[in-house]
Design a protein around this ligand. Structure first.
Ligand code: NAD
Length: 434
């Protein structure tokens, strides 16, 4: 089958490369010419494990190509996926759909023959209806269907998530689109992936419901961590104690500095706004949004408390800037609240991140000093703060780390280390909920 992927960001690039790897012929489009030029040179604009091999292997095999030209990509395509960004709209928290609608117009102008246009971006209920209306308006008489196929991949494990998903959700309003989507995902039959066909509005809402539920689960355990800190209980044991109950499950029960990333913050907010718009406010999700935002800001106070009440004039080593490991994505990362907060209170920040520094430089204050290793970051520091649980921070040589520190203070916002081990190493140690 011929597939066009509009938007070659995280989702478009990974989905396009995986569809090509399934044997489809895929053309990825992006309006960012520098991104397309880089991809055509074999360079991958994002850090995602395994993506370079997958992209370039399929490029050389002739199944995957990149262009800025809609007509080249769309004219012969059986399915055209819209995988452009849907960021928070400035000022009101709704999802900004301008990129989706612009793509719909361009697709309408370029498509020929029966085409299924598929919204893969995370979009509020009713967006596929609007995409259909735009195409009808722009290309009256065109032969097409619109489907919704939200993406559930996680950054850092994106290829595996796409190729071995827990499920695929497809919203359709007609048989023809359903058959085409079934054929497109047929390669997943081998691992018996459930493909759930629903109506379009259900598919759209399912994506938000999934992200809101996971965000609520994280926020729940974070609040339990706060109670643990006040009462002497241990949140890791609480998480294990509830997570072994199969009705609850152990995933997404790691207490930390609050969720971030390119999806949960904007999607929870957008769901709140959709619910308000339909006069059915979701008070749980409203609370999740507020509690999480306040938590990220409060982490600075936690660090201050660990530093005898003030970071003024002190040097803080920050390990990990990205919102999670195995990605260079900095969008809504907790570090974006914590690092500027520390600097505002008079600290000097020496930071290390294995992949995120390039992005971080655009998003953090200029005064941040970026270091090549965690050990360099810790040099002359009064405290080391772990914000992201990169693998390389899991087995740091603590003796080496502390040998050049001014004071042995660690704030471990991911509970990587055991308090007793750190205390034995002479550290004043603060974790989360322990
Ligand atoms: P991204 O910002 O990484 O990529 C979007 C790309 O679309 C950019 O390269 C941009 O230049 C391009 N683009 C915008 N308008 C265009 C147009 N008219 N024509 C061609 N290209 C255009 O975004 P992303 O992280 O890939 O997210 C895309 C969508 O997928 C969002 O709705 C997001 O919520 C959803 N999603 C993201 C993830 C994730 O982990 N990143 C997971 C699941 C779903």
């Amino acid at each position: 089958m011929h597939v066009a992927m509009i938007g070659s960001g995280y989702v478009g690039l990974v989905s396009g490369a995986c569809f090509a790897d399934f044997g489809h012929t895929v053309t990825c489009v992006d309006k960012d010419a520098s991104k397309i030029e880089a991809l055509n040179r074999g360079e991958i604009p994002i850090y995602e494990p395994g993506l370079d091999v997958l992209v370039n292997g399929n490029r050389f095999a002739g199944r995957l190509s990149f262009t800025t030209d809609f007509v080249t990509a769309v004219k012969d395509a059986d399915a055209v996926f819209i995988a452009v960004g849907t960021p928070t709209r400035r000022g009101d928290g709704h999802a900004d759909l301008s990129y989706v609608y612009a793509a719909a117009e361009e697709i309408a102008a370029a498509m020929t023959g029966y085409t299924v246009i598929v919204t893969k971006s995370t979009v509020p209920v009713g967006t596929a209806d609007e995409v259909e209306a735009i195409i009808k308006r722009t290309a009256p008489g065109a032969d097409f269907s619109v489907a919704s196929n939200p993406e559930f991949l996680r950054e850092g494990a994106a290829i595996d998530d796409f190729k071995r998903p827990d499920r695929v959700v497809v919203g359709v309003e007609d048989e023809r689109a359903q058959e085409l989507m079934r054929a497109l995902y047929r390669p997943l039959n081998l691992n018996e992936t459930p493909i759930l066909f629903t109506n379009r509005r259900t598919a759209e809402l399912t994506k938000y419901a999934a992200n809101a539920f996971l965000a609520a689960k994280i926020t729940f355990i974070n609040e339990m961590a706060d109670i643990c800190e006040k009462t002497g209980a241990n949140v890791q044991d609480v998480a294990r104690g509830i997570g072994l109950d199969r009705r609850i499950g152990s995933k997404f029960l790691h207490a930390g500095p609050g969720y971030g990333g390119s999806c949960f913050p904007k999607d929870t907010l957008a769901l709140v706004r959709t619910a308000q718009q339909f006069n059915t406010p979701t008070r749980i999700i409203e609370a999740v949004v507020e509690v999480n935002a306040a938590r990220k800001r409060r982490m600075v106070e936690k660090i201050e408390a660990a530093c005898d009440g003030s970071v003024k004039g002190k040097t803080i080593a920050v390990l990990g800037l990205t919102f999670k490991p195995e990605t260079d994505d900095m969008r809504d990362a907790p570090s974006l609240d914590i690092v500027p907060g520390l600097i505002e209170r008079g600290a000097t920040v020496q930071a290390h991140d294995p992949q995120g520094v390039k992005e971080a430089k655009h998003m953090l204050p200029d005064s941040v000093i970026y270091c090549d290793t965690p050990y360099d970051a810790a040099k002359d520091a009064n405290a080391v703060v772990i914000i992201t649980e990169w693998n390389e921070y899991r087995a740091l040589d603590i003796a080496e780390l502390s040998s050049t520190m001014k004071e042995k203070v660690m704030v471990d916002l991911r509970n990587i280390y055991r308090p007793e081990d750190m205390e034995n190493a002479g550290f004043s140690y603060t974790g989360v909920g322990r």
